[in-house]
Design a protein around this ligand. Structure first.
Ligand code: SAH
Length: 219
């Protein structure tokens, strides 16, 4: 390793630790979520030119006009999904992008399926996950609005792009007592939690958020 690379390593370890402290200050309480974010080197998931900004609390471009989500938003979503439950169980992520959130999910649960509609991003996610030796995430090139029927039902579904309305296939593929979290809306978006109970689906509207749009088809 060159001295410059070793130096970046130390700098990023420090800024990574600061990112976790900041998440605590912002109110993230779930230690398992904080540990999962601490275990995944975010600087390996952003473009090299942006690596020095990887631990700022901001969304960053990852190519093809898409963005890697803000660490606080990832932490907040995982905290909501875990709250009061033993674990996330079988989990579907729609919108794998760089693979960052999938890597964090894989720290919290064994079974992760991550779907991405843009082939070049799926390749990027594959390379990124390989670089951190995370081989358990199953990456699928498809329109995630349709879910992954072969692997359904899912205990947890997390959507990383904003939908206009809840995709019906995802509702169908949510297990009983399962939870789905997705940004809903076109202009103003609200993080929306959907719980499937014996008596039906219960919807709770949460934080205002800003995500790229959920699109149909794949390329
Ligand atoms: N979770 C990602 C960030 C994703 S940004 C990360 O941690 O890096 C949202 C992603 O959703 C983009 O990559 C976009 O291509 C993808 N996306 C949008 N609509 C989709 C759909 N219908 N199916 C699958 N992926 C979709």
């Amino acid at each position: 390793m060159t001295r410059a690379a070793a130096g970046l390593g130390m700098t990023s370890r420090r800024s990574h630790a600061r990112m976790i402290e900041r998440l605590r200050e912002q109110g993230v309480r779930d230690e398992a979520v904080l540990a999962a974010l601490a275990a995944v080197p975010r600087h390996l998931f952003v473009e090299e030119a942006l690596a020095s900004r990887a631990y700022e609390d901001t969304a960053l471009p990852l190519g093809s006009g898409q963005t890697i989500s803000q660490p606080f938003v990832v932490a907040r979503m995982l905290e909501i999904l875990r709250e009061g439950r033993a674990g996330l169980g079988k989990t579907l992520e729609v919108g794998a992008g760089s693979g960052y959130q999938a890597a964090v999910l894989a720290q919290l649960t064994r079974d992760v399926y991550a779907v991405e509609r843009i082939a070049s991003l799926l390749t990027l996610a594959k390379l990124n996950l390989r670089a951190i030796r995370q081989f358990r995430v199953r990456l699928i090139h498809a329109d995630g609005q349709l879910g992954v029927s072969e692997a359904a039902p899912f205990d947890t579904i997390v959507v990383a792009a904003a939908a206009q309305s809840v995709p019906p296939a995802l509702l169908q593929q949510l297990a009983l007592d399962g939870r789905m979290l997705l940004p809903l809306g076109s202009g103003d978006q609200r993080l929306t939690l959907i719980e499937r109970r014996a008596e039906g689906y219960v919807e709770t509207r949460l934080d205002d958020v800003r995500f790229v749009p959920l699109l149909s088809g794949f390329e």
